[in-house]
Write a protein of this length. Sequence first.
Length: 454
Amino acid sequence: MPLARTHPISVQGRSSRTYGLNRSQKWIWQMIESLAPDNRHMYLPVRIDIEDGSSVEIDDVTAGLHDLIARHEALRTTYARGERGEQLQMVHGDAEVAARVFEAGTQDVEDVCTQVVEEMRALPFLLDLPVRVSLVTRAGRPRILLLQVSHLSADAWALRLIEQQLRYTLSADSRAVQDSDGGRTSWQPVDQAQHEQGEAGARRAARALTRWRQQLDRFPATSFPERHGSEPENPRFAEARMDSAALAAAALALADRHSATASSVLMAAVLTLLAERSGNGSAGVYTLVANRLTDDLRDMVGTAVQYAPVSVETAGRTFPETVRATWSAMMQSQRSAQYDLDQVEALVREVTEDRQGELDVACTINLLNEFDPTAEVAAGPPPSVSEVNELARHTRFSWDRGMQQENLKFYMSVRVSPERIALFARGDSTVLPSSEMRDLMLGIETLLLEAMAE
């Protein structure tokens, strides 16, 4: 890998303030601490390709990053504990981020990019300034911009905002216009934390707690029965990826057929397979909710995401009936995801004690939509079963690096777009051997193809 040159990005004279964390940040902080030291993956990646032959210069990239960091307080915030142990976010008016520039020279740009990404992924998690920047160039011209953003300062929604704003900033139209004030957004993570401390925030948290209780009471004892004598694999938590155009086509077609969403179809498939595997006739998982319910929150770079419980009975139901029940449960989860973390953890302990320890909340399904929900019902006739089966011949499955430590028994992210669906899964091999995790992932595609044929 070529040696890096450093280009400092200095932001000065902006707002500074210190406050406690918002509810989403508290949840993220808890995960980071519980996973330490194996918490490097709590940085989220952004990649922006710049066309070969573009007029964009290195200074244009650093100027765009300067405006981005100036505009969004979360990108110039550090985190620490106060004198009484309280969690604090400290927004800095003056901040400097070092952009590392790697000149590819005669090497392939993608090869250099791969090396830089691997190096960035290996860096430890820190509570200092949340943005790491690398730029791969060819003959001095920017080709690939790579960012890592701390999960304390961004979630998947915020990453899309960052990418959109940087793409616009680096466009010819944007570079022809001067933005005198950096376009500061009106709502920042500190504002959200202050709102949550008010009366309206407390009322919303109380309503969420009631819905949590209703869902947890329906959770089965476990979706992953213990296997006596099962030895952990190495690494203990296997990781796998699956990329499927057939899964996207089938999910969209079934969503159209059953007047649902692709996300609810996919969640219904996961819940059906978990219920079958455990023999419970039902399944309960946590899902992640974006909590971007207002215009202010939709424009905020920061983290707003929180867990919400989803529990569905599958026994005695057809798959279309399970889809409709899942959609209803997911809609309820949208109203259960702005809560006080300490109160929910106390509730989980209470329900666990009431059920004499029989409550398993160690399974999370993260649905990530990458297109407008109004586009989920495709125009024109849906693909035929034979067309989708042909797509399935090109489904790709691969193993990732794995981890030795994780708090969950099973985690799956489902990245949904109209063209394809990308699955990423991590499972505890003592209750879900890697071979069975592979069967579970491929089984989602099989289940939807069979549902299409009915």
